[in-house]
Unconditional design. Structure first.
Length: 266
């Protein structure tokens, strides 16, 4: 079972809750469908400034449901590929969403739960949380883009150790290695993620979406990336957010991007 919850604070914050507590919030087709729908809503609604992924009952996500995965063993190879693609659709939707997506991790994450967390733009984790790339322990390999997304944040040596052993790594160590955005006290990951989302909601959200896209494309060649940056900057210069930001700087005042959005979205 999955639940969608909307919270209005400094900006509209869309929180998607995994409530599959009987299976430590394992990924399910229902959750993937709800999350994909939520991301589409966030992308289309200018009032929504951020998406937070969280879970009930103290554990972010235990990954794929092994009973469900066992049933897929009898599928044809084409059937197995299609089943995996459902997860990959979710990962692509997180990365493509123009709003920032934050994972609030309590307890920890395992397997595809790690893939889900690190597909997000930012990961806030409780200090006592642990992350386990556990696929290898059941004879499987990472999916959900994990070798790319976690690989961007860790050295190859550390990624190899996590993926080949399946051993859990604590949040404090991952934070020290630069893989996590923020640490929170146990029980406070959601509140910390909400505060971060509220802080970002005071900024130029359309510009933030462009920055997110540029960062996610940074594996391209330098020439291709500079072309993307040139085109994005040319568009940004003509935007209402730039008019507000530059005008505020020249007027020696704080920019009010929220008011700017209301003027142009209304």
């Amino acid at each position: 079972m999955s639940v969608l919850a909307y919270t209005l604070d400094q900006g509209d914050r869309l929180e998607v809750v995994n409530a599959n507590t009987a299976q430590r919030n394992a990924l399910s087709p229902e959750y993937c469908a709800v999350l994909t729908d939520a991301l589409a809503r966030a992308a289309d609604d200018p009032a929504i400034t951020s998406v937070i992924l969280r879970a009930e009952d103290g554990f972010f996500c235990s990954g794929g449901d092994l009973t469900m995965l066992a049933g897929r063993r009898d599928l044809s190879r084409a059937g197995r590929l299609d089943a995996i693609e459902a997860l990959h659709d979710v990962i692509r939707a997180i990365i493509a969403c123009p709003k920032h997506v934050i994972a609030a991790v309590e307890g920890g994450a395992a397997g595809a739960g790690v893939s889900l967390a690190f597909a997000c733009d930012m990961v806030v984790a409780a200090r006592d949380a642990a992350f386990s790339v556990a696929y290898v322990r059941v004879g499987l390999v990472p999916d959900g883009g994990l070798t790319a997304t976690l690989g961007r944040n860790l050295s190859q040596a550390m990624l190899m150790r996590m993926a080949l052993s399946g051993d859990p790594v604590g949040a404090e160590r991952l934070f020290a290695l630069g893989a996590l955005t923020d640490l929170a006290e146990p029980g406070a990951a959601l509140a910390t993620a909400q505060a971060l989302a509220n802080r970002l909601a005071t900024g130029p959200t359309a510009t933030q979406g462009t920055i997110k896209a540029l960062i996610n494309a940074r594996d391209a060649t330098l020439t291709a990336q500079m072309t993307r940056e040139r085109e994005a900057m040319a568009d940004a210069l003509a935007s209402p957010e730039a008019a507000e930001g530059i005008g505020a700087f020249l007027d020696k005042r704080r920019p009010d991007f929220a008011a700017c959005r209301k003027r142009h979205d209304g």
